[in-house]
Design a protein around this ligand. Structure first.
Ligand code: VGL
Ligand code: ZN
Length: 202
């Protein structure tokens, strides 16, 4: 094992974010073999799963007249309205069938509160309601995290920025990430990451 004191956090490698899924990230499934190869090298392995109720407020379908990928104002800030995706218990919410989830120490679900979205593995989009992952990592004595998965410019970037803000040593491994890239969101995420001392491996 190369990185016994680092947690690999695998973000949202679920059917709905892969080709043919409800919110497909271009070439999302390409991250699967890379992540499978990374898993044995890390002392702690955490997977996240986007896990929404069918009436989740981040869905355009819940806002009369709203188109998917438009934005709205929520009490916690601007929210992109997504196509319905990752509904609890559906095939779309399941992990990609080729992802090796057996090595997972912890699977953390997020986005299950109907009125608030949760991109980050650490906090909901209000950036204050915790998922519990910080406590898990600290009690396992982890200071370093490596991130991979989907989507680079949303859930991976938000997770990395929160981890950095919490004082973890954070790296994003871009070869094992894919982006949605809405109006330049990939480039702005990369700048934001580097501005916040997240290491980005390309
Ligand atoms: C994600 C949009 C909505 C992600 C999740 O995993 O990046 N993006 N829900
Ligand atoms: Zn979501």
């Amino acid at each position: 094992m190369q990185y016994p004191d680092t947690a690999l956090i695998v973000i949202d490698v679920q059917n709905d974010f892969c080709t043919g899924g409800a919110l497909a990230v271009p070439a999302g499934e390409e991250v699967v073999p890379l992540i499978n190869d990374m898993l044995p090298d890390y002392g702690v392995r955490v997977f996240t799963q986007d896990w929404h109720p069918a009436d989740h407020a981040s869905f355009a379908s819940q806002h009369a007249g709203a188109a998917p990928f438009s934005t709205t104002e929520m009490p916690y800030g601007t929210q992109v309205l997504w196509p319905d995706h990752c509904i609890q218990g559906t095939q779309g919410a399941a992990f990609h069938p080729d992802l090796n989830t057996a090595p997972a120490d912890l699977i953390i679900r997020k986005g299950f509160r109907p009125q608030i979205d949760s991109y980050s593995a650490f906090f909901e989009n209000d950036r204050t309601t915790p998922t519990g992952l910080e406590g898990y990592l600290r009690t396992r004595n982890v200071q370093k995290v490596m991130l991979a998965g989907l989507a680079t410019d949303f859930c991976v970037a938000y997770s990395a920025l929160d981890a950095a803000r919490l004082g973890f040593d954070v790296t994003v491994y871009l070869p094992a990430c894919r982006a949605i890239d809405l109006e330049g969101s990939f480039q702005s995420a990369i700048s934001e990451l580097t501005r916040n001392s997240v290491k980005v491996v390309s």
